[in-house]
Design a protein. Structure first.
Ligand code: ADP
Ligand code: MG
Length: 803
């Protein structure tokens, strides 16, 4: 987040994106209004608002829009962008130039909406959009500008959700307190018990007015803001309904006519009960992210050059520092083992249950736990936002913020819904009034229609399920890029698996070197290694691993022939390293006897890589990679689900077929270039299949991009660089299965939610219009429907516990 807080005068950025936290949204139509308000700003390309998360994801052109525009547009629409502010102590503020400078620096930071200096107290308060900046980044900017300062607030982040739940509870308690007298009045009216003042109209008027204009005022205020902007949302329904009942009753007090104060107050109380339960439940759906964030320790032990160990806050750790990790500690930042040995439990990041031994120069990730019985030392290589853990959190948050297509369907319904409901209420009022001649009954029915029809549950149906689903996915090491990815995964009918690095472990080892006469083995390996130095292919690692640095030849102008091998020049001659196709392409023929000798190796599932200089073949390298232990089981499980499984590889046919046979794949496409792989996927999709391509992302990028669902096997730590729909943190074929299960179950849950939400409204509105439901029952039912949807989404967690 620190990155966003750079000055706006820096290099021109065009496509920028930002996440805003939005307060004040109550239902699906609010979502549409906020989106509309954001999209209306010139320079904003897209805006996605998520109701359950209360976040807006905005893509915009940073040259034309400033983040302050977002804040004003959202607040004009009647909502608010959440901000965060901190106060810093700054010596010298009594001097005007220092004050000006502080203000100028703070204002130039992106995301900052307010700067206030207080010369007498010597402090400056900076307010910025939550999530865009951090106190540290602000401090850094000041310090960079030559101003010294210190943070006054303790910097404890207040949990917004908890605050909201508390606020909702307070409001509800207040509302119940003043609704109780009205219930007493009701009891006296119907049962004749209790003192006479229970039914005193003035007492009723007082109690109901407190509820209407106290806790209930929030509905009226938001309804008014919406109506003023020509929008209609659920607040409009609640406000119109309760205000109608209240106004008619006030008239009743003066005209000695019937009173409906109990109706207006009870409806408000019931809806507040719903809001409170919703706030509590929403807090639970985001638990996955909180669990991830809780993996970060607060402090860590830094070892300085003299060997002295001091405990510091994790935020203070800088790249390059040496940290001491004791047994049982959570690792604070990403880094490399420097001294000693780490025995880490990475299950929280990857779902991988086995402990991993990490020795010198191997990487360890923030959030994982050291289970060894001795302390080890590590060097910090990535801190803060750059750690894998932070990237996972970001990926999950983004997955939840970007709207699934199915959600847009719900939004469209909600948009036309409110005006229609108001229409139905008016018709109910007029029709009943004229037909029965009883305007009292007519009014109650109209109020019931308004109250029962709130589209809250519709708005909550998708995001709550997506939130739970993507959270569960993250726990087992399956990261979905967004809601759409979940939706697509649910539709997959065929899986294409890359061989190297996906079905096999991707840690190949050089097993045998076959050198032609007059060529020594070290020379051959040294030449091969020279070509592989710039490659990040798994085969390259095997060759480099086996080579002696002293033998590496001075090969020049090395480049990659994607999916074939490497090409370079030595003494004016072309040097080739790769498959037969590569040699063929350069007009080099492999001697017959050598070729037959290597056939048996290929048939045993090993990869044969040829090395040639000029037009002579110097030899071959036989490289073997172990098949992942769970591959066979996972592939069988996929086929049991009626999913077509095909293996795509650039390796030669014999090798590929052997591996395929071992894991139980019958459909093998070998000797494919990366483009061939993409073309194969395109043709399967054209044939009506929905294909998920699983690859290690190194040379499978075209195929990953072409497939309906690209699943990238994260090679270690590059979550952020992945552009695939799904990132598999754990390199096991079984992760594919888990991704499918999570996708299918989540989308099934969304459908279920949408069905019930719609069903509920379709059934309840006529019941209310024909007087079967009293306004109070309608209020209770509407509260219940929201709570049901959220609870149903939470149940997904249990449905997926076995994943
Ligand atoms: P896969 O589809 O199984 O992941 P690739 O497309 O990466 O395989 O590579 C196909 C074949 O091309 C390999 O089996 C190998 O023979 C050759 N090849 C590709 N890259 C290299 C490289 N860097 N060094 C040597 N051979 C390579
Ligand atoms: Mg590969």
């Amino acid at each position: 987040m620190a990155e966003a807080l750079t000055t706006e005068h820096a290099t021109p950025r065009q496509d920028a994106q930002m996440q805003l936290e939005i307060a004040g949204m109550t239902c699906a139509s609010c979502v549409a209004h906020v989106e509309k308000a954001l999209k209306k700003i010139p320079g904003v390309e897209t805006a996605h608002v998520n109701l359950a998360l209360e976040k807006a994801q905005v893509h915009f052109n940073a040259d034309t829009v400033g983040t302050r525009d977002f804040v004003s547009a959202v607040s004009q629409a009647g909502y608010a962008v959440r901000t965060e502010s901190r106060t810093f102590l700054m010596p010298g503020l009594e001097e005007a130039p220092v004050r000006d400078r502080a203000e100028r620096i703070a204002r130039s930071l992106e995301g900052v909406v307010r700067v206030q200096t207080n010369a007498t107290k010597g402090c400056v308060t900076v307010e910025w959009i939550r999530g865009v900046g951090t106190p540290d980044a602000v401090m850094e900017a000041f310090q960079h500008g030559g101003l010294s300062l210190s943070l006054v607030d303790d910097g404890v982040e207040i949990d917004v959700r908890k605050l909201e739940a508390r606020e909702a509870r307070r409001r509800l308690g207040f509302s119940i307190l003043f609704t109780l007298p009205l219930w007493a009045a009701m009891i006296r009216m119907f049962l004749g018990v209790g003192p006479a003042w229970f039914t005193n109209p003035w007492m009723e008027f007082g109690a109901a007015s407190v509820v209407q204009w106290g806790p209930g005022f929030s509905f009226t205020r938001r309804a008014w803001l919406n109506v003023r902007h020509g929008n209609a949302n659920m607040d409009v329904l609640v406000a119109t309904g309760t205000l109608a009942a209240w106004t008619v009753s006030v008239y009743g007090v003066f005209a000695h006519a019937a009173l409906y104060f109990d109706t207006s107050a009870t409806v408000i109380t019931l809806i507040l009960i719903g809001k409170y339960l919703e706030a509590v439940a929403k807090g639970r759906t985001s638990a996955a992210i909180e669990e991830l964030l809780a993996l970060r320790p607060k402090t860590t032990r830094v070892v300085d050059r003299s060997g002295e160990v001091t405990e510091v806050a994790v935020q203070a750790v800088a790249v390059g520092q040496i940290l001491e990790i004791r047994p049982g500690d959570h690792i604070p930042v990403d880094g490399q083992v420097q001294k000693g040995q780490a025995l880490v439990d990475e299950s929280m990041l990857t779902g991988e249950p086995d402990l991993q031994v990490k020795t010198a120069s191997e990487t360890v990730a923030a959030g994982t736990v050291h289970r060894g019985d001795r302390a080890f030392r590590m060097e910090a290589t990535r801190v803060g936002r750059d750690t894998v853990l932070a990237q996972i959190v970001e990926a999950v948050e983004e997955a939840q913020a970007v709207k699934a297509p199915i959600q847009q369907f719900a939004d469209r319904i909600a948009n036309v819904f409110v005006p229609i409901v108001i229409g139905i209420a008016v018709i109910t009022l007029l029709a009943t009034g004229l037909a029965l001649g009883d305007w009292r009954v007519a009014l109650l029915r109209a109020v019931a229609v308004l109250v029962v029809a709130c589209p809250c549950s519709l708005g909550l149906a998708t995001p709550t399920a997506v939130m739970v689903g993507s959270g569960v996915g993250a726990r087992v090491g399956v990261l979905f890029r967004n809601g759409e990815a979940l939706e697509r995964v649910a539709r997959v009918t065929a899986i294409a698996l890359d061989k190297t690095g996906t079905i096999t472990e991707g840690h190949p080892e050089l097993e045998q070197v076959v050198a032609a006469d007059a060529v020594t083995e070290p020379h051959l390996i040294g030449l091969a290694a020279a070509l592989e130095q710039t490659s990040n292919h798994p085969l390259a690692r095997a060759i480099l691993h086996a080579a002696d640095a002293a033998d590496i030849a001075p090969v020049e102008d090395v480049y990659t022939e994607e999916g074939q091998g490497m090409v370079g020049f030595l003494n004016g001659e072309t040097v080739l390293l790769g498959n037969a196709k590569l040699l063929d392409a350069y007009g080099v023929t492999i001697p017959g006897e050598l070729a037959t000798k290597m056939d048996s190796q290929a048939e045993a599932g090993r990869t044969v890589v040829w090395l040639a200089q000029g037009d002579t073949v110097l030899g071959a390298l036989v490289i073997a990679d172990r098949i992942r232990t769970d591959a066979q089981l996972a592939i069988r499980a996929l086929r049991a689900r009626n999913i077509d499984v095909v293996m795509l590889t650039g390796d030669r046919r014999a090798t590929a077929e052997r591996v395929a046979k071992e894991v139980g794949i019958t459909d093998v496409r070998a000797e494919l270039s990366p483009q061939d792989k993409a073309a194969f996927i395109a043709s399967s999709e054209a044939a009506g299949k929905c294909v998920a391509m699983v690859g290690d992302g190194i040379n499978d990028a075209p195929a990953l991009a072409r497939a309906s669902v690209g699943m990238a096997v994260a090679s270690g730590s590059d979550v952020a660089t992945q552009t695939a729909e799904v990132t598999l943190m754990r390199s096991e074929v079984g992760a594919v299965l888990q991704a499918l299960t999570v996708g299918q179950k989540t989308i099934a849950k969304v459908r279920q939610n949408l069905f019930w939400a719609l069903f509920y409204n379709v059934v309840m509105i006529p019941l209310a219009a024909f007087g079967v439901l009293s306004p109070m029952i309608a209020g209770a039912a509407m509260a219940l429907s929201s709570v049901t949807v959220v609870t149903n989404s939470l149940l997904l967690k249990y449905a997926l516990r076995e994943v």
